[in-house]
Design a protein around this ligand. Sequence first.
Ligand SMILES: [Zn+2]
Length: 125
Amino acid sequence: MPLPYPSIKPCPCGSGRSYASCCQPAHSGAAPQTPEALMRSRYSAYVLQDEAYLLATWHPDTRPDGLDLTDGTRYLGLRVHGAEGDKVSFTATLRLPDGQRAQLREHSTFTRLNGRWVYLEGTAP
Ligand SMILES: [Zn+2]
């Protein structure tokens, strides 16, 4: 089960908007309209440990069987560098289970499946 998160608080993805007006609708079933919106909602899902959402928005060809979101990794922040077409580049700041900070930089590729954007794959820049 995802962690509870108040609708009026700033969205975990760092957009500056409230959770209710940013990633919450996607987590509640609405289809994100752009790859960036989907990417942000997936980042927020990592923060909130919403495994079901992450798997549901992952292309079946590349989707893992499951995710361990309770290994102690904390998601500290997201910066989106750019979005163009089906690509989004970003840096996520993490604190690993051993306490070390890490920066995850990724170019994510998204594709449409049955009319909805899904995550296909990510590569390091
Ligand atoms: Zn958001």
